[in-house]
Write a protein that binds this ligand. Structure first.
Ligand code: ASP
Length: 439
């Protein structure tokens, strides 16, 4: 049995957290490959080491003094070294980082040092080998992951290092410089490593006991989700639920490796299992609810639209020409609505409107802003009668006006458009009807 274990920043924020991580890794022989993030926040209001590193980079780039955030970073690591009693010095590493900031500051290199240094400490603490992802994770000239090469090099390298720490978040760009993933990208490193060694499980340790059925900022104490499929998670993450980096699913999904989200501060909790498919029933008809605010609906009407071949294509071309991606597209007989992100659309709206007129010659175009989208997701919905009915009656009782409905063809989700101001109330009402009343 081989497990790849990734620890997030809050799990490694100081020496006390490092000790918990050490106990977790040592408690199970199978935990052979460890992926650390950089030290995160120790308390609310604290600054993540990655953010301090970005600050150093920005100051250095503008030729300003970066000694203040730089010394804060140094002391964060020193506290860990002292607290664990490690016979390790990072002086040489800090000298290299300082030199690079002074002579040729590079954003990705600087940011990646948070994970790199934490990886060195973690390897020393556990007595594991240190493997630099610079040598095994590769990006192409467009910044996309070179999947095959990365997989091959990672698996070969890790055969030689059967117990290793591989820092998260970065690899090597096509130009030979360090390149990072986007923020939160250590999740992707963990997934790549798990895929490359064909791990039995990818454990992702964080500060919550798994996925919750709704955003705790909207719903008080939402219930945890025990088992969720990759597809369900994808739908929820796309709509704003932040459990894992959204690109972290693909490498393990390809191999059918389950992900187990665990809580470093409560290792006894089983957490959430993210799996390809399962016969386990969800406790409730729905698995989770997530949503986002600030969408725009562009309503296009034209008499006899339905019989005009190519009408949709022409409308979509107007959005494509302007580089705007489309979220949803509910349609009527002589109307179609295109839902887009307000922030992407705002500056280009008049260009899009005139392009639609030019290409599709509609009778009228109306734009409505301040739309929020809510995704109600659940593999159990397909086989349960009355799910939609319950959602809409709950919304009606909560005095929420539904502006749009879109049921995905997989019947895995129902997307509901409401006004921004009704967003929280709508989520609470849907949660209550499925989870609190448990019908
Ligand atoms: N340290 C990086 C960040 O703060 C990457 C990660 O933690 O996954 O975004």
């Amino acid at each position: 049995m081989v497990k790849v274990v990734k620890f997030g920043g809050s799990s490694l924020a100081d020496a006390a957290q490092f000790k918990k991580v050490g106990d977790i890794v040592r408690a199970d022989e199978a935990r052979c490959f460890v992926i650390p993030s950089a030290p995160g926040k120790r308390f609310s209001g604290d600054t993540k080491v990655t953010d301090l590193l970005y600050r150093c980079y920005r100051l250095a780039k503008d030729g300003q003094d970066f000694s203040d955030p730089f010394s804060q970073i140094k002391s964060r690591y020193q506290e860990i070294i002292d607290g664990l009693g490690l016979a390790v010095s990072l002086d040489e590493e800090f000298a290299k980082i300082e030199k690079s900031l002074k002579s040729d500051p590079r954003e990705d290199y600087t940011a990646s040092r948070g994970e790199n240094l934490n990886g060195r400490l973690m390897a020393a603490y556990l007595g594991y080998d240190f493997v630099d992802p610079y040598d095994v994770i590769f990006f192409d000239a467009d910044g996309a992951l070179e999947e095959e090469k990365t997989r091959y090099c990672t698996s070969i390298m890790l055969k030689e290092h059967p117990r290793a720490v591989i820092p998260g978040f970065y690899g090597q760009g096509a130009d030979g410089n360090v390149k990072t993933f986007s923020r939160g990208g250590s999740d992707i490193t963990g997934s790549i490593v798990a895929g490359a060694v064909r791990a039995d499980v990818y454990e992702n340790w964080t500060d919550v006991s798994g996925c919750l059925a709704a955003d705790p900022r909207v719903v008080q104490n939402p219930v945890p989700v025990k088992v969720i499929t990759y597809k369900e998670l994808r739908e929820l993450s796309y709509m704003g639920a932040s459990v894992l980096h959204e690109d972290a699913i693909f490498p393990v999904r390809k191999e059918g490796i389950p992900i187990n989200i665990r809580n470093t501060n409560r290792p006894e909790d089983e957490g959430t299992w993210i799996v390809e498919s399962t016969c386990q029933k969800t406790g409730y008809t729905i698995t989770g609810i997530a949503g986002k605010k600030d969408f725009c609906a562009v309503l296009i009407s034209k008499d006899m639209m339905n019989s005009e071949v190519g009408f949709c294509r022409k409308v979509l071309q107007a959005f494509e020409e302007n580089g705007i991606s489309i979220e949803h597209m509910p349609s009527g007989i002589d109307t179609m609505t295109v839902v887009v992100h307000e922030s992407e659309f705002m500056d280009k709206e008049q260009r899009v409107v005139s392009a639609i007129h030019r290409l599709a010659e509609p009778d009228s175009i109306e734009i409505e802003a301040d739309l929020a989208l809510i995704a109600v997701v659940g593999r159990g919905m397909k086989s349960t009668r009355g799910t939609a009915g319950r959602i809409f009656s709950a919304l009606a009782h909560a005095h929420v006006n539904v502006r749009m409905i879109d049921q995905g063809s997989s019947e895995l989700n129902i997307i509901i458009g409401v006004e921004n101001r009704d967003f929280e109330r709508a989520i609470q009402a849907i949660y209550d009807i499925f989870v609190i009343t448990q019908i």
